[in-house]
Design a protein around this ligand. Structure first.
Ligand SMILES: Cc1cc2nc3c(=O)[nH]c(=O)nc-3n(C[C@H](O)[C@H](O)[C@H](O)COP(=O)(O)OP(=O)(O)OC[C@H]3O[C@@H](n4cnc5c(N)ncnc54)[C@H](O)[C@@H]3O)c2cc1C
Length: 168
């Protein structure tokens, strides 16, 4: 069909359509530090819009690099005035540092060694031996398409509102 799509399903069924929605999902890039998987969903979250409300007024951390990290940290101020940005050894341009300082967001650039707690996230341990107590950590390290289909079709990905310019 002109300008449309013909889809051949696994069972042999064929569909024709003018527009095709690929809802095959995206995968967040995950931090590598120990304990991450144990506390993902138990104090570690990817979306402040989904899970920030439960932590309003509490001690929060944002983990991200570049613009994405800065925007994530500033966004968390909607929920709490106690926000610290963790960059896991990545630097921050001085203009961003100033923006964060004006908004009372602290910055810690130490490499993260481990996420720890009993049943939920309680502390973040750094490579220099220091520890930070936090009720929740929100991260955004970019995301990738879960399926190779969009790329095979030549689709160009639009930037996520938190992605920095180095992300896909
Ligand atoms: C910890 C956590 C908490 C969250 N909390 C919230 C919340 O409170 N509120 C909220 O709105 N959102 C929340 N989200 C986000 C929400 O889960 C996602 O936005 C949502 O699941 C995205 O839906 P989707 O259908 O686009 O993708 P997905 O849920 O990833 O679904 C994609 C589907 O496509 C299938 N698939 C992939 N490739 C193929 C293929 N080639 N052929 C056939 N099938 C394929 C996959 O198997 C999968 O079933 C949370 C996410 C996480 C990780």
């Amino acid at each position: 069909m002109a300008g449309g799509f013909r889809v051949l399903l696994g069972g042999g069924e064929q569909l024709s359509t003018q527009k095709l929605v690929l809802a095959t999902g995206r995968c967040d890039r995950l931090p590598e530090a120990k304990g991450f998987r144990r506390f993902f969903g138990k104090g570690i979250w990817s979306c402040p819009l989904c899970d920030g409300w439960e932590y309003r007024g509490q001690r929060l951390a944002a983990l991200g690099y570049g613009d994405a990290g800065v925007e994530l940290a500033l966004g968390l101020l909607s929920w709490s005035t106690d926000v610290i940005l963790l960059t896991d050894s990545n630097g921050i341009p001085s203009a961003d540092r100033e923006r964060l300082r004006i908004n009372c967001v602290h910055v810690n650039t130490q490499p993260i060694a481990r996420f720890a707690g009993e049943s939920v996230l309680q502390t973040i341990d750094f490579a220099d031996g220091t520890t930070l107590e936090r009720s929740a950590l929100f991260f955004h390290l970019g995301a990738e398409q879960r399926s190779p289909l969009p790329k095979k079709f030549g689709c160009h990905e639009r930037r996520h509102f938190l992605d920095d310019q180095t992300s896909t």
